[in-house]
Design a protein around this ligand. Structure first.
Ligand SMILES: *Cc1c(COP(=O)(O)O)cnc(C)c1O
Length: 389
C-alpha cells in the first residue's frame, strides 16, 4: 500500500547527518532537533503553537485533557474513522456521540452534528478523512452557535487546505480550537517510528498542554495537573525536519496518482471515484479532483465499488497480489467497544453502506503510471469479466 524506501534516497544524507548529531549530543528525547522541527512546522502551518508528542492518539487525548473536558461531557465525532478518534473520548470518560458522514466526501455531516447536539455537548471532532478537508465552514458555524470546542483530527490530513466560500484558504489543523496529528510512518508526513503533535493558536491552551505532555509539570517537580508522558524522540524529529520541506511535493505526487487512477476508473458503472469537494473553482473538474489546490491530499485513494461487487473484487486483487485495503470494514457504532443503546442503526445509512463498498488502492509518493495502469487494469478486468476469469 505504501513505498517508504523510494522516498528515502533524496533525504538519506541529511537524515544520517542528523542522526550522527543526535548520537553525539545524546539529547534523545525533546532537545534542539525537536525544537527546530516544531518551529518549522509552526511556520509551515501558520499556527502559533505546535506541541510535539509521542503519537497521534496521545495528541487527541491530550488536546481533550487540555480543554478541560469533564466526565459525562458529550463529544460528537464521525462514525466512519479510525478507532483512535473515539477511543480517547471513551478513555477520558467523556461520552462519544457518533454521527453519520457525507455520502460523497466520507467526512462528518454538519446536519448530523446539528441533530446530535444536546445540553451536554461540549466538543466536535471532525476527522479530515483520507486527507480530505471536512466542511470546516459549516462545522465552525455550528460550534460558534452552540459554544462548542472543535478538535480537528488531522492525522490523515496534514498539508491539506480548506477553501472558504469567500476565496480564502487555511490549512487543516489550524481552523478549530486545537488539532491533533500523527507522524506514523504511513501518514502523509511520517517518521521512522511513532510521533505526533498538537496544534493551537490559543497560547493559554498551548501552555496547559505543554505541561500535560510532561507529567503535569509547569515548574520542575511541581505537578499542578494530572498529566501524561508523551514526547517526541529527537531521531524522529530529524526525519520529520528533513521531510517537511517536501510535504507539498509528496502531496502533489499523491494527487497526480489519484488523477491517474480516476482517469481510468471513472466511467465504469460499478465504480464511484473519490470526489474532492471544494469551494474553489478548479481545473480538472471532470475528474472530481482539484488540480490546483490541496483540499484533498489523498492519504488514501478510496473507491466505492457498487452492486455488491466489493468483496469479490478484493478477493481477486488478493489472488493477483495487488495490495488493497478496506478502511473501514465496520462502522464504529457497531463495534463492541462503542455500542450504545442511544444509537439507531437507521441514522447511520451512509457509514453502513460505505463499510460494504469502500476499497482503497495503493497510494504513496512513488507510484508510477505503469503501476497505476496495471492495478486499474485488473480492477476493470474483474468487474467486466467476473470471478470465473
Ligand atoms: C493514524 C490515526 C490516528 C492515530 O495516530 P497514531 O499515531 O497511530 O496514534 C488518529 N486518527 C486518525 C484518523 C488516524 O488515521
Amino acid at each position: 500500500m505504501v513505498d517508504l524506501i523510494g522516498q528515502l534516497e533524496p533525504i538519506k544524507a541529511e537524515i544520517q547527518e542528523g542522526f550522527e548529531e543526535v548520537m553525539t549530543n545524546a539529547a534523545f528525547v525533546n532537545g534542539p532537533k525537536v525544537h527546530e522541527f516544531q518551529a518549522d512546522l509552526e511556520k509551515y502551518l501558520d499556527v502559533k503553537n505546535v506541541i510535539p508528542c509521542a503519537n497521534g492518539t496521545d495528541a487527541l487525548q491530550i488536546a481533550m485533557m487540555g480543554l478541560g473536558l469533564q466526565p459525562g461531557d458529550e463529544v460528537i465525532t464521525a462514525d466512519f474513522t479510525f478507532a483512535a478518534t473515539v477511543e480517547v473520548i471513551a478513555l477520558l470518560n467523556l461520552t462519544p456521540v457518533l454521527v453519520d458522514v457525507e455520502e460523497d466526501t466520507f467526512n462528518i455531516s454538519p446536519e448530523a452534528i446539528e441533530k446530535a447536539i444536546t445540553p451536554k455537548t461540549k466538543a466536535i471532532v471532525p476527522v479530515h478523512l483520507f486527507g480530505h478537508a471536512s466542511n470546516m465552514e459549516a462545522i465552525m458555524e455550528i460550534a460558534n452557535k452552540h459554544k462548542l470546542y472543535v478538535i480537528e483530527d488531522n492525522a490523515q490530513g496534514i498539508g491539506s487546505s480548506y477553501h472558504y466560500k469567500d476565496g480564502s484558504a487555511q490549512k487543516t489543523g489550524v481552523i478549530g480550537h486545537v488539532a491533533a496529528t500523527s507522524f506514523f510512518p504511513s501518514k502523509n508526513l511520517g517518521c521512522y517510528g511513532d510521533g505526533g503533535a498538537i496544534f493551537t493558536n490559543d497560547d493559554k491552551l498551548a501552555h496547559t498542554i505543554r505541561g500535560i505532555v510532561n507529567h503535569g509539570m509547569y515548574e520542575r517537580y511541581h505537578h499542578d495537573v494530572v498529566g501524561v508522558n508523551s514526547r517526541l524522540d529527537a531521531l524522529q524529529a530529524v526525519v520529520l525536519k528533513a521531510k517537511l520541506p517536501k510535504l507539498d511535493d509528496y502531496n502533489a505526487k499523491r494527487q497526480m496518482a489519484a488523477r491517474a487512477y480516476t482517469k481510468v476508473l471513472k466511467h465504469h458503472e460499478d465504480i464511484e471515484t473519490p470526489v474532492a469537494r471544494t469551494n474553489r473553482p478548479c481545473e480538472n473538474k471532470d475528474l472530481g479532483i482539484c488540480d490546483t489546490c490541496s483540499c484533498h491530499v489523498f492519504h488514501q485513494y478510496t473507491l466505492k465499488i457498487k452492486n455488491g461487487k466489493r468483496d469479490g473484487l478484493a478477493e481477486y486483487l488478493k489472488s493477483q497480489n495487488i495490495p488493497h485495503g478496506i478502511y473501514y470494514p465496520i462502522p464504529l457504532h457497531l463495534q463492541k467497544a462503542y455500542k450504545d443503546d442511544r444509537y439507531d442503526d437507521k441514522d447511520f445509512k451512509v457509514t453502513n453502506s460505505l463499510a460494504e463498498e469502500v476499497l482503497s488502492l495503493p497510494m504513496h509518493t512513488e507510484l508510477d503510471e505503469e503501476q497505476i495502469k496495471f492495478i486499474s487494469g485488473h480492477i476493470l478486468k474483474y468487474l467486466d469479466e467476473g470471478p470465473t476469469n
